[in-house]
Design a protein around this ligand. Sequence first.
Ligand SMILES: NC(=O)c1ccc[n+]([C@@H]2O[C@H](COP(=O)([O-])OP(=O)(O)OC[C@H]3O[C@@H](n4cnc5c(N)ncnc54)[C@H](O)[C@@H]3O)[C@@H](O)[C@H]2O)c1
Length: 453
Amino acid sequence: MNESTKHHDSQNPMKEPSPISRRQFLKGASVATAGTVAAVQFPSVVHAQAKQPMNAVIIGVGGRGSGAGGNFLEAGKTVGVDAKIVAVADIFPSQARGAGARFNVPDDKCFSGFDAYRRALEVPGVNYAVLATPPGFRPAHFKACVEAGKNIFTEKPVAVDGPGARIMYEAYELAKKKGLKVAAGTQRRHEANYNETIKRIQDGMIGDIVTLRAYWVNGGPIWHRGERGETALEKQVSNWYHYIWLSGDHITEQHVHNLDVCNWIMGGHPVKCWGQGSRQQLGSKSGEIWDNFDVEFEYANGARMFSYCGQIKRNWASVSEAVHGSNGSANPANTILSRSGKTLFRFREKFVSGYVQEHVDLINAILTDTELNEAKNVTDSTLTSIMGREAAYSGSAVEWDAILNSKFAYGPEQVYTDSSKMQWGDFRTLLPPMPSAHDIFKDPPVVPVAAQA
Ligand SMILES: NC(=O)c1ccc[n+]([C@@H]2O[C@H](COP(=O)([O-])OP(=O)(O)OC[C@H]3O[C@@H](n4cnc5c(N)ncnc54)[C@H](O)[C@@H]3O)[C@@H](O)[C@H]2O)c1
């Protein structure tokens, strides 16, 4: 491990905050009190009489959907509730069948196709939906779950553009009105180590927050599944990470976790950003996305967040966050240091992963009818990542209201209206974005399309 790796490693919170001017310091002065910790502290066992069974449907049963299904079943055991997976839905029949066999779901409850999610939601008794498709479908699926009155565990991210985020915000309001419970796959919010550390940061242990840093820098490339299927849509959905309308690109797809931690600490989202990035190592592989981004975000009070993400082969790597305050610094995963480097707090309990805990918290919220709706937080953090991506793609500074109200939709129209009506067929592929040649805010937007093969 070289020095710079140590510096950002999650076990090594920074000891030397960058010098801060008094002006910057004052601008950050109200931050510490602005945040609200979204800690979800439910007991692991709820009174027996409250225990209605949990009947789940999993929508999108690839790697994470299958993992989340297992986490849900384990959470059911932890809480002591009758938890079952009663239906699975996947766009591809083989995926649905495979997951059905894994979770003992009868064949007639293993749905496939674009409308699989709707048919699964109609299965009698379903009161819990797990959403784990590629994020491009999330707004449509989330909205359908809310309309059908289901409690939801939604994987992150929850949109890939402004139009999708607006669907999420509306559905969040409706879910609140209906009293539905929603947990999101930003699992750090369900981990005691983050909760205990962030609570202390928000209580002022490092003074006023001035800067934050967020990293999802992989030391290697992301998977690429090649060209599977007949039509353009089939090829894109199979290899979804590489298409902006499906994944939102790396900054949205994965870095949203670290951006979410920073927003959580700050109690809100940034208002502006500028940045850069490139498609450095994907070369001639099919797809539209970039493989690295560096973005500087500014919060309403002037505090800055420096964000770095990349999926390229390289020696230094880190997935972590860091916070600098007027009186110290912190690794929000577990450690708080004074300005002189003295340890003010270190989380010393056994680490408990958020993957099961997020379902324990959601099940308990349902059983006790306690408020839990993480849809707004995860949408805010998703849109933060989208704002950063568009700043880098276009080479311009981008403001929150512009991205929130952006009319440019990356996906096919039906993804935003009723994705169950989609059919396999053609869809355009974009050229990887080039700063100054890509701009979704122009009227009409400038987004170069690749020539058809
Ligand atoms: N919270 C975490 O730590 C974490 C970890 C991994 C993945 N994820 C998230 O989970 C989601 C899925 O990722 P994955 O790694 O499981 O991908 P995956 O490719 O392994 O699985 C996605 C599944 O969704 C299916 N699918 C695609 N379009 C669909 C549609 N319209 N309707 C129904 N099914 C559809 C695919 O056929 C596939 O089986 C992503 O949003 C990802 O960010 C979160």
